[in-house]
Write a protein that binds this ligand. Structure first.
Ligand code: AQP
Length: 332
C-alpha cells in the first residue's frame, strides 16, 4: 500500500477551517487505502515562543481533534513528533545537506520573519522546512497531503531526497505533494486576498473548529464578499463569494456548478446562511467526538503510545540506513 505522511502544528488550541479542509479531511480519506502516518508536530511549534503548559495542553487538544475529525487509530498511525527522536536526528543531517541560499528562498520563512523582525526570528523557524523534509523522508512517504502553502517545502523535499540518493545511494522515496485544488487555499473570511491563517487572520476572518458554532455561524454571515449580488464563481473578480462556494461544496459534497444553479436568483445572504447551517451540522458532532477523547486522557495516551511505537519502527530503520550511508561509525 502506498505510504502517506503529514503533520499539523499544535500552535493554538483549535484547528481552523483551512487546516481541516486543506489537509485533515484528506488525511481521513487517505487512511482507507494507504499506509498512513499522521503526527502532531510539536517540534515545529517551538519555532515560535510557546508556554510549556499551554503547548502540552494544545498537543493533546490537537490529537483529540484529529481523532474527532475521523482518524481511526486502527487504520492509521497517529503520533506526536517529539515521541520519535529520529525526526530531530535526521533533521540535523538534512540541515547539513541543504544550501543556505536554498533555505533562504522559502517564502513562508520570508513572510513570517518579516513580520517578526530578525531579532525575534529563531534559527529554528529558518530551518523548519528542513525538519519537515526529515519528517517526510523518514517514513519513505509516497504522498504528502497538505495545503497549497506547503508546495514549495515539498519541492525542496524532493530535491533533497534526490540529492541524498545521488550522493550516497538510493535511500529515500521521492514524495509527491497531494494537494486538492478546490480546498488547497481556504481564504480569510474578512480578507479574501489572504489565506485563512492562525497568526495572520483577524478573529472575524478565522473560523476555529472548537469555537461555539454560533460564533462561527456569525462569521460566515458577515463574510466579506463584493458589491455585486449574483452568486457566481470567479476566483479573481469574486474571491470572497468563490471562497464561500468552495467551502460549501467541500462540506455539502455538491459541485460548484450545481451550487451556482441552486443560488440563481438568490442573494449572497442565502449562500451565507446555508453555509452557516452546513458548518454547524458538521462541527457539532466533530466537537462532541473531540470532547470524548479529551475527557479520557488515558485512552488518548494509549492511542499515542501505540502510534509512537509503530512510527519509531519505521523511522529507526530509515535512520540506521542513513547513518550507515553517511559513514558514521556504528557503536559496538
Ligand atoms: N488557509 C488554508 N487553506 C488550506 N490549507 C491550509 N493549511 C493551513 N492553512 C490553510 C494547511 O493546514 C495544514 C496544517 O498546517 P500547519 O500545521 O502548518 O498550520 P499552520 O501553518 O500553523 O496554520 P496556519 O494558519 O497557516 O498558521 P500560520 O498562520 O502560523 O501560518 C498544512 O497542510 C497547511 O497547508
Amino acid at each position: 500500500r502506498p505510504r502517506v505522511l503529514s503533520g499539523i502544528q499544535p500552535t493554538s488550541g483549535s484547528f481552523h477551517l483551512g487546516n481541516y479542509l486543506g489537509a485533515v479531511r484528506q488525511w481521513v480519506d487517505l487512511q482507507e487505502a494507504n499506509d498512513a502516518f499522521y503526527m502532531v508536530v510539536d517540534l515545529h511549534a517551538i519555532t515560535v515562543d510557546q508556554d510549556p503548559e499551554t503547548l502540552r495542553q494544545n498537543t493533546r487538544i490537537s490529537a483529540a481533534q484529529l481523532l474527532g475529525a475521523g482518524l481511526d487509530p486502527e487504520r492509521c498511525t497517529l503520533f506526536i513528533q517529539s515521541h520519535v527522536p529520529e525526526h530531530a536526528q535526521l533533521g540535523w543531517i538534512m540541515n547539513c545537506l541543504t544550501g543556505f541560499g536554498e533555505a533562504a528562498r522559502m517564502t513562508q520563512f520570508k513572510d513570517k520573519s518579516a513580520k517578526q523582525g530578525s531579532d525575534r526570528t529563531s534559527v529554528g523557524l529558518f530551518t523548519y522546512p528542513i525538519l519537515q523534509i526529515a519528517d517526510i523522508l523518514l517514513y519513505q512517504a509516497d504522498a504528502v497531503p497538505v495545503g497549497e502553502d506547503q508546495r514549495q517545502h515539498l519541492e525542496l523535499t524532493r530535491d533533497l531526497a534526490e540529492r541524498f540518493n545521488t550522493r550516497y545511494a538510493p535511500t529515500f522515496t521521492v514524495p509527491n505533494p497531494y494537494i486538492l485544488k478546490e480546498t488547497a487555499k481556504i481564504l480569510d473570511l474578512q480578507d479574501p486576498s489572504a489565506k485563512m491563517s492562525k497568526s495572520a487572520s483577524s478573529p472575524k476572518g478565522l473560523v476555529n473548529l472548537l469555537d461555539e458554532p454560533k460564533v462561527s455561524a456569525k462569521k460566515f454571515k458577515s463574510a466579506v464578499t463584493d458589491t455585486d449580488t449574483v452568486v457566481s464563481y470567479d476566483e479573481e473578480k469574486k474571491a470572497g463569494v468563490s471562497n464561500l462556494l468552495r467551502i460549501h461544496s467541500a462540506l455539502s459534497g455538491q459541485s460548484i456548478e450545481k451550487l451556482v444553479e441552486h443560488f440563481e436568483g438568490k442573494m449572497y445572504g442565502a449562500l451565507k446562511t446555508e453555509l452557516a447551517e452546513l458548518f454547524t451540522e458538521w462541527v457539532t458532532p466533530f466537537q462532541a467526538r473531540t470532547r470524548t477523547y479529551l475527557e479520557d486522557p488515558a485512552e488518548l495516551d494509549r492511542v499515542l503510545a501505540i502510534g509512537a511505537e509503530k512510527a519509531r519502527a519505521v523511522a529507526s530503520e530509515t535512520l540506521a540506513t542513513v547513518y550507515d550511508r553517511i559513514g558514521f561509525l556504528k557503536p559496538t
